[in-house]
Design a protein around this ligand. Structure first.
Ligand SMILES: [Zn+2]
Length: 461
């Protein structure tokens, strides 16, 4: 689309907006020509706020909050916009209340009012590439984001490390869908045009990729080779963004000699929970991990521990020890009935929202604020590989430990656990009761479960 075509579209949207605005008595909000209900300027005099979920959807952004709604997150065009949530109307532009990719923006916090979350319209829309105007006569705030153009579709790299790269000229929402029967990954970009001559591409790691107009947007279909896994992530690129699809043979997770890293929780200054009659969590997890190590080594695995005595190890070091491991198992104690356990894996973007509580509750000592937000950003942007493997391991452990000892998983959840970051998706954090950690039966049962899971490449039963 030429700049003049773009201008015509913007003008058309503005005209439409003014027509819509005239029919609405209160301050209205129109985003890309679509009316967003429930916006208000009564929370804070002179500032327009919009209901967060509806506003995000109109902008094409993915939207989520943490469990107790202290941060609202919008994801668009490889960017993450985070808004801290104030519990009452806040007039002030609080420093750091809004951030884009971790950098502070000027603007007020999000506001929680009567159980509904509102975002400040102007700073949020502008941060995500929109233009904002107020039509005083119509009492309407108009937000217009540029349409995007898919300007490039190319294969990059060779052989097993080949990627498919899609270049978009502006931030727009996109969704993906895997059509299993025809082994085709379909990416749909909202409000996107295809550049005039954009030929399909053939690849070595995929069969071919083609772009075509679809409704008001653009579809890219990627036909995969047999037994290929894919991963999709996006990253900002100038005023637009890039979507990268990577490919890996489906059997890549299977290797002959597996390296297992066991992480005994706590230690040194940090004893963890004190279990009367059983001692500290730190001493229980160390003794248990050493027993588990001996059994696994006896079965031919290469096993290392993140600590081998009663001393402190910071979360960053533990996490680094997990880099390249086939499996990273962090061991903790918890106040649980004997025979029950909790399993956590590094979670994907969809479930991050519900799990901030799990971090705070279960891994306080293993988590530091800055590191977590950086990790969270990577998870949300899809930059952490093999997330689904950790989930599969955690679920597989649930069924293996039940079959092999009658242990029941009371919780199997994803969480942005920093200590699992190094192992990426190949990490799990397990919490057992002190009785089980001290028992004779759990080390053998857990070793058996891990061996079976590694043998099956993490596949669940
Ligand atoms: Zn612990």
């Amino acid at each position: 689309m030429t700049p003049s075509q773009r201008a015509v579209r913007v003008l058309a949207v503005l005209l439409l907006a003014s027509v819509l605005g005239a029919s609405l008595a209160q301050t209205a909000l129109v985003v890309n020509g679509v009316s967003v209900d429930g916006s208000t300027s009564s929370l804070v005099e002179g500032t327009s706020y919009a209901p967060a979920a509806a506003f995000a959807s109109a902008l094409g952004a993915r939207y989520f909050t943490d469990t107790d709604t202290t941060v609202a997150t919008l994801q668009l065009g490889g960017h993450l916009l985070e808004a801290k949530v104030a519990t009452g109307p806040s007039k002030a532009d609080v420093a750091g209340a809004l951030t884009l990719d971790g950098r502070p923006l000027t603007g007020p916090a999000a506001v929680m009012q009567d159980g509904d979350l509102y975002l400040p319209v102007k700073p949020v829309a502008e941060a995500l590439g929109g233009k904002v105007a107020y039509l005083a006569e119509q009492k309407t705030v108009v937000v217009v984001q540029p349409r995007a153009e898919l300007t490039a579709l190319r294969a990059q790299g060779t052989g097993g490390s080949q990627q498919l790269v899609l270049q978009l000229s502006a931030p727009v929402g996109f969704s993906r869908f895997y059509n299993q029967p025809v082994a085709t990954l379909q990416l749909h970009f909202d409000r996107t045009d295809v550049a005039a001559s954009l030929p399909g591409v053939q690849g070595q790691s995929f069969v071919r990729a083609d772009a075509s107009a679809a409704g008001d947007g653009t579809d890219v279909r990627v036909q995969l080779a047999a037994n290929t896994d894919y991963r999709v992530y996006s990253e900002p690129d100038g005023s637009g963004f890039r979507v990268v699809v990577t490919f890996a043979p489906a059997s890549a997770s299977q290797k002959a000699a597996a390296h297992i890293v066991i992480d005994p929780g706590h230690g040194g200054q940090d004893p963890g929970i004190d279990f009367p009659g059983y001692g500290s969590e730190a001493s229980l997890t160390l003794a248990f991990s050493q027993r588990l190590q001996r059994i696994l080594e006896g079965r031919g695995f290469d096993v290392t521990l993140t600590r081998t005595g009663d001393y402190g190890v910071d979360a960053a070091t533990r996490s680094r020890d997990g880099i390249g491991a086939d499996l990273f198992v962090s061991i903790h104690g918890a106040v649980l009935p004997a025979g029950q356990f909790n399993a956590y894996y590094l979670s994907d973007a969809a479930s991050v929202a519900s799990l901030a509580m799990a971090i705070r509750k279960n891994a306080q000592s293993a988590v530091q604020g800055q590191d977590v937000s950086a990790l969270r950003r990577k998870i949300l942007l899809g930059l952490v590989p093999q997330l689904d493997v950790g989930k599969s391991f955690a679920n597989g452990l649930g069924s293996q430990l039940f079959q092999n000892g009658g242990y029941r998983a009371s919780t199997t959840e994803g969480a942005p656990l920093y200590v699992l970051g190094g192992a990426a998706g190949r990490g799990v954090m397990l919490e057992f009761s002190p009785q089980d950690l001290a028992s004779d039966s759990l080390p053998a049962a857990l070793a058996g479960a891990l061996v079976n899971l590694l043998a099956s490449g993490g596949a669940t039963q």
